[in-house]
Design a binder for this molecule. Structure first.
Ligand SMILES: Cc1cc2nc3c(=O)[nH]c(=O)nc-3n(C[C@H](O)[C@H](O)[C@H](O)COP(=O)(O)OP(=O)(O)OC[C@H]3O[C@@H](n4cnc5c(N)ncnc54)[C@H](O)[C@@H]3O)c2cc1C
Length: 508
C-alpha cells in the first residue's frame, strides 16, 4: 500500500484526533468538541465496541445509604494494594457527576417504582450502586444514547472503517496518526491524539470480547516510545457461556441477584473458597471455577438461575433472550459456564488527566492504565472509568499547542497474523498467560512469540508475558503457581518502555 504524507501547509486536520468509538472515545469526543474540531475514527462501525457489549452496568455512589468513600473502599479492596489512591478518589467522587450527565442526556437506565434509578448489587460492592438498562444491555443503551449527540455535533467528523496503524511523531512528541481506510493510508495531524482503542482480551481464546479488542492502542503507543504498565493484570470473567466464540457473558450482576454456582457433581462449591460465596472477587471465583472444572474433569460448571425472582428475571430479560437465541433456556436448565479473558487492567501508562509519557498523546478507557483498578477491577468500574477519565483527558488535551510539522510514522504495524496463527496465539495465551501462570509456561510462550513474524498482536502478547514474568508473586488477577503468595516487594507497577529495562514504579 502506498502512502504519501500530505503537505500540511494549510494547518492541522483537527484539533483533536480521537482513536476508538467505545464509551471512552464517544465521551472524550463530546467533551473535546467544546474546545475545537474533532476527528473520531474507528476501525469498525461506530457502535461496534466492548462498550456496546457491556451488560451489568455502571457503578456510582448515588444511593442515600452510599457515598464515594464506600465506593473507594470496595475499589481498593478489589485492587489488592495496587490501586493508585488518587485515581480511585477521582473515580468515586466524579463518577456520580458523570452519571448525572448521562441521565441528563437521556440514557434509559432502569428505574424503580419511585422513578429513581434502580440500583443493582454486584460482587465486591458493599452497597447497591449499579445503574443498569434494558434488561442487562447497559452498554448498548449508553452507546445508543450518546451516538446521536456525536453524529449531530458539527465539530465532530466521524470516520468508520478507519484503522490507526502508526502514530506520527517528531522531536519526541506525537502529532497525529496514520490511518488506513478503504485501502489507502492517510496522515492525520492533530494538536492532541487521544487513544480510546479499548483493551486486548480479544487476543485470548476463550474471551468475552469482540474481535476488535486486540490491543492496537497499546501497540501504537509502545512502538512510538510511550510507557505501558500493569500488563500482567488480565481479568478472567468466571461465568462466560461455555459454548461459542466469543463467549457470551453471564453478568456478575446475576450472582448479585442470587444466581448460584454448582459443579458437575451437583455441589454448590463457592463457600469452600470464600466466605462471600458467589459474591467473592472475580479472580477468586474464576480460580475456583477453574479448579472445579479440573477436579470434575469437565470443561464447565453450572450457573443456576431457575430460582431468580421475577424482578431479577425482568432486570436480565435481554440477557436471557440472548441465551435463548443460542438455543438455551436459562430458566429451565442450569447454564454451563467457564472462565474467559475479559478485561485488561494494564495499558498505556497515564497520569490522572490521561497524559501518556509521549507529549501530545493521551489515552483513556480500557487502553489506558491510570492504576485505578490495581491488580483487579471491581465490577462495573470500567464504564465509569471511560466517562471520568475520558472527560479529564479531553479537558487536559485542550491546552496542547501545534505539533511539529515534520512528524513521521513512528513505526507502522506489520501485517496482521494469519487466522491460524491468531487462533494459536489465543489458545497459548489462555494456557500459558491465563488464570494460572508459571515461569515455565511463560518462558515457553515468550519463546514461541519471539519466533512469530512482527505484528501488533504479538507485541501486545509479549508485553503481557513480560509483565507476568517480572511479577514473581500472586496478586489479584495474576496468579503465579510458582509464587502463590503476595510479596510486599512487588507493591508497585511494572512499567515497560521500548529499549528500556522493565521498571517497578510506585505511583502516588
Ligand atoms: C461482554 C462484556 C460485558 C461487560 N460488562 C461490563 C459492565 O457491565 N460494566 C462495566 O463497567 N464494564 C463492562 N465491561 C467492560 C467494558 O465494556 C469495557 O472496559 C469498556 O467498554 C471499554 O471501553 P473503551 O471505550 O475503552 O473501549 P471499547 O468499548 O472496547 O472501544 C474501543 C474502540 O476502539 C476501536 N479501535 C480499536 N483499535 C483501533 C484502531 N487501531 N484504529 C481505530 N479504531 C480502533 C474499536 O473499534 C472500538 O470502537 C464488559 C466487557 C465485555 C466484553
Amino acid at each position: 500500500m502506498s502512502m504519501s504524507l500530505p503537505d500540511h501547509s494549510n494547518g492541522l486536520d483537527a484539533d483533536f484526533l480521537v482513536i476508538g468509538s467505545g464509551l471512552a472515545g464517544l465521551y472524550a469526543s463530546l467533551q473535546a468538541s467544546r474546545h475545537g474540531s474533532v476527528i473520531l475514527i474507528t476501525k469498525a462501525q461506530l457502535e461496534m465496541s466492548n462498550s456496546s457489549w457491556a451488560q451489568g452496568g455502571i457503578a456510582a455512589a448515588l444511593d442515600p445509604e452510599d457515598n464515594p468513600t464506600l465506593h473507594e473502599e470496595d475499589t481498593l479492596q478489589a485492587g489488592r494494594g495496587l490501586c493508585r489512591l488518587s485515581a480511585v478518589e477521582i473515580l468515586a467522587e466524579e463518577g456520580p457527576i458523570r452519571v448525572h450527565d448521562l441521565l441528563k442526556r437521556g440514557v434509559p437506565f432502569d428505574r424503580g417504582p419511585d422513578g429513581t434509578p434502580d440500583l443493582g448489587l454486584e460482587g465486591g460492592h458493599q452497597r447497591r450502586r449499579i445503574l443498569h438498562a434494558n434488561g442487562g444491555a447497559t452498554g448498548q443503551a449508553v452507546v445508543q444514547a450518546l451516538v446521536p449527540y456525536v453524529q449531530a455535533n458539527p465539530a465532530i467528523v466521524i470516520w468508520e472503517g478507519a484503522r490507526a496503524v502508526s502514530l506520527l511523531t517528531a522531536d519526541a512528541r506525537c502529532g497525529g496518526a496514520i490511518i488506513e481506510r478503504g485501502g489507502a493510508l492517510h496522515a492525520l495531524r492533530a494538536r492532541a491524539t487521544i487513544l480510546a482503542t479499548g483493551g486486548a482480551c480479544g487476543l485470548y481464546t476463550p474471551t468475552t470480547n469482540p474481535g476488535t479488542a486486540t490491543g492496537d492502542g497499546i501497540a501504537l503507543a509502545y512502538s512510538a516510545g510511550a510507557a505501558v504498565a500493569d500488563m500482567e493484570f488480565v481479568q478472567f470473567h468466571p461465568t462466560a457461556f461455555a459454548m461459542g466464540h466469543p463467549a457470551f457473558l453471564l453478568s456478575e450482576a446475576l450472582r448479585g441477584e442470587g444466581a448460584e454456582l454448582w459443579n458437575a457433581n451437583e455441589e454448590r462449591f463457592m463457600s469452600r473458597y470464600d466466605p462471600k460465596g458467589e459474591l467473592a472477587p472475580r479472580d477468586v471465583v474464576a480460580r475456583a471455577v477453574a479448579h472445579e472444572m479440573e477436579s470434575t474433569g469437565k470443561d464447565h460448571v453450572f450457573l443456576r438461575l431457575e430460582h431468580l425472582s421475577s424482578h431479577a428475571r425482568e432486570q436480565f430479560a435481554t440477557l436471557f433472550a440472548g441465551l435463548r437465541s443460542k438455543g438455551f433456556d436459562p430458566l429451565s436448565h442450569p447454564v454451563p459456564v467457564a472462565p474467559a479473558a475479559h478485561f485488561l487492567m494494564g495499558g498505556v501508562a497515564v497520569d490522572l488527566e490521561g497524559r501518556t509519557s509521549l507529549p501530545g498523546l493521551y489515552a483513556c478507557g480500557e487502553v489506558s492504565c491510570t492504576g485505578v483498578h490495581g491488580a483487579n477491577r471491581l465490577a462495573s468500574n470500567s464504564l465509569l472509568e471511560c466517562l471520568v477519565f475520558g472527560y479529564r483527558a479531553a479537558e487536559a488535551a485542550k491546552d496542547e499547542g501545534d505539533p511539529p510539522r515534520d512528524a513521521r510514522p513512528a513505526s507502522m504495524f506489520g501485517p496482521a497474523l494469519s487466522p491460524a496463527l491468531r487462533r494459536e496465539l489465543g489458545q497459548r495465551l489462555f494456557h500459558d498467560a491465563g488464570i494460572e501462570r508459571s515461569m515455565e509456561g511463560l518462558v515457553h510462550l515468550r519463546d514461541w512469540l519471539t519466533a512469530l513474524p512482527p505484528s501488533p498482536e504479538g507485541l501486545v502478547a509479549d508485553r503481557i508475558v513480560a509483565g507476568a514474568l517480572a511479577r514473581e508473586e500472586s496478586r489479584g488477577s495474576q496468579y503465579r503457581s510458582d509464587f502463590p503468595a503476595e510479596n510486599p516487594r512487588f507493591l508497585g507497577h511494572f512499567v515497560q518502555q521500548r529499549g528500556r529495562p522493565t521498571d517497578l514504579v510506585r505511583w502516588e
